[in-house]
Each structure stands twice: as structure tokens, then as C-alpha cells.
Design a protein around this ligand. Structure first.
Ligand SMILES: [Zn+2]
Ligand SMILES: [Zn+2]
Length: 306
């Protein structure tokens, strides 16, 4: 799994940063991409990245502020013009359906693929057997959600040495053993796959926040995750101003990563007032509280590690 940042600015684009959009490349789990938010110009960012619109399987919108959704109608239409026929699922707060359907209708646009729109409520969103996603209500000026993604644990690899020791011949039954099933060999022996599996591989977990001021829900959402992606709209000195507008600061987000026992914090959604020269200071404020912090910039790629 990999996170690819397409836009990392809050509110307005700057020369260095486009407005918010993030890709989760599920590589290793399956050949698909999930997108989180789609600010204006996201399509253009995609053109400068390795992202393929046709591989988008799901889009999660955190809230309906323009810097998070104004790129959506264009992106949906381009996926169609590219000839995609694979279904796409869109999740977002109340109103996302009206926004998309109205935009498509008024512009006489149509899609070549099925678009399934789900208006989100806090709680479990889905579990497809590989990945589980839960929505958490955040505290912004409009209805806003964060998404916690949990990969199921995978069975460990078959211990071939142990199979050899017990003289278990290879054959089509290997698949059943890999899944922990029980088989009967030609010599009459009953073999249980579970006895030959290595330690299970722990699934990865991520918490991808929308805009929010500090809220108790955040602690549950980010508890023990491998990667937490959270906004840091303003620096520590502007805490009051940030919170008044439903946003968090560097230190508030870093304190959340620490308290939730997240392993890695990636900070994004940085106010347009900050230039490249301000980034070391913003990062230092975060690292003072949570050392394993990175500051996202456009086109940055981070592996998701357990
Ligand atoms: Zn925003
Ligand atoms: Zn917002």
C-alpha cells in the first residue's frame, strides 16, 4: 500500500500546492486505487503522476467544501471519456448525490460506467473481506467525516520445511492447506493446514481525516493506526483562529498522533499563507510532540508499513 498526495493546500491552491486530494494505492491487496477528496485541478495533478483514473475504484469525500470537491465532476467525466466501464463507488456526506447529479445533468454529461453514490453516516461503511472502512464524524463547520481503513490480517505462509519433515507430498491440496483447511492424504492421514501455517501477517490500518478542530472522536478513529493523515491548517501560535474555523494546528494534530499511539503521522492541508520556507518550522512544531511526522507536499509518496 502506498499514499500518493495529489494536493496538500487548504482553501486555495498555491504555486507549490494544489487543493486537497489523496490517493491510496492498494497494490499488494488488489490492483485498485481509492481517492480521498478531489479539489479543483486534481485531474491536472494526476497527469503529472503515475495515477490512472481508470483504476479508481472508490472515492471518499470528507466534506462538501469546494477545496475538497470542485474537481469531482470533471474527474468523473474524464474517467468516462477514457472509456472506463468498471463501476465506481462514491462516498460522501449528505448532499454529495445532489452535487454530482446536478453537475452532470446541467452540463449534459453522461457516464459510461455505473456510479454508485452512498451518503455516509458515522459508523461502519463496508467490509469486503479484505478491507474494512469506518466513517467517523468530525468537528468542522459543515458535516465532515474521517475514514479509518483496516486491512484484515492475512494467514501466514505455509511452512514447507515442516511439510517435508512430515513427508506430506505436494499436490492440488496445497491450496486448501494454505487456507488453513483440513485434507485427507492418499495414505489416509488427515492433515490440518493450521498446523503448517506461519505467524499471521497483520493487516495495515490508516486514519484519513477531513478538516476538523480537535474532537474526542479523533482519538478513536486514529487509535493504534499505522499511518494517520491529518490537516495542519495553521501553526501553533494561531490555535484560536484555527479552531474558530473548525481546523487544527501543527501541535494539536501531533498531540493526537501521540495520544492515539499512531505509528506515523503525515501532515497535510496547509494554509496558503505558508510558503516553502515555512515548512521546516511547521514540521519542527509537529516533531517536537510526535517525532515520526512527515509533512506532505504535492506528489509525495509514502509507503504504508505495519
Ligand atoms: Zn479544506
Ligand atoms: Zn473545510
Amino acid at each position: 500500500m502506498e499514499l500518493k498526495f495529489l494536493g496538500t493546500s487548504a482553501g486555495v491552491p498555491t504555486k507549490e500546492r494544489n487543493v486537497t486530494s489523496l490517493i491510496l494505492d492498494l497494490q499488494g491487496t488488489r490492483n485498485a486505487l481509492w481517492m480521498f477528496d478531489c479539489g479543483e485541478g486534481t485531474q491536472h495533478q494526476i497527469l503529472h503522476s503515475s495515477v490512472k483514473i481508470s483504476k479508481l475504484e472508490k472515492i471518499f469525500i470528507t466534506h462538501l467544501h469546494g477545496d475538497h470537491i470542485f474537481g469531482l465532476p470533471g474527474l468523473l467525466c474524464s474517467r468516462s471519456m477514457g472509456g472506463s466501464t468498471d463501476p465506481l463507488t462514491l462516498y460522501g456526506p449528505t448532499g454529495i448525490r445532489q452535487f454530482v447529479e446536478t453537475s452532470l445533468q446541467l452540463s449534459s454529461s453522461f457516464l459510461t460506467y455505473p456510479l454508485d453514490i452512498t451518503e455516509v453516516q458515522a459508523g461502519p461503511l463496508f467490509d469486503d473481506g479484505e478491507l474494512k472502512v469506518t466513517a467517523y464524524a468530525l468537528n468542522h463547520r459543515v458535516e465532515c467525516y474521517g475514514y479509518r481503513i483496516e486491512e484484515h490480517d492475512k494467514a501466514g505462509a505455509l511452512d514447507t520445511q515442516k511439510l517435508d519433515q512430515d513427508a506430506i507430498p505436494r499436490g492440488p491440496w496445497m491450496q486448501a492447506l494454505k487456507q488453513g483447511g483440513t485434507i485427507t492424504l492418499e495414505d489416509g492421514r488427515t492433515i490440518c493446514g493450521k498446523d503448517y501455517l506461519g505467524v499471521p501477517i497483520r493487516g495495515k490500518s490508516l486514519a484519513i481525516f477531513g478538516d476538523t478542530e480537535p474532537t474526542p472522536e479523533a482519538l478513536k478513529m486514529a487509535a493504534n493506526v499505522d499511518v494517520m493523515v491529518h490537516e495542519i491548517t495553521l501553526e501553533d501560535a494561531f490555535a484560536e483562529k484555527a479552531n474558530e474555523r473548525g481546523h487544527s494546528t501543527t501541535k494539536q494534530a501531533a498531540a493526537l498522533a501521540r495520544d492515539a499511539k499512531a505509528k506515523h503521522f503525515i501532515a497535510t492541508h496547509i494554509s496558503g499563507r505558508y510558503g516553502v520556507e515555512d515548512c521546516p518550522r511547521l514540521l519542527a512544531e509537529c516533531r517536537e510532540i510526535f517525532p515520526n511526522t512527515d509533512l506532505a507536499k504535492d506528489f509525495a509518496v509514502f509507503p504504508v508499513r505495519t
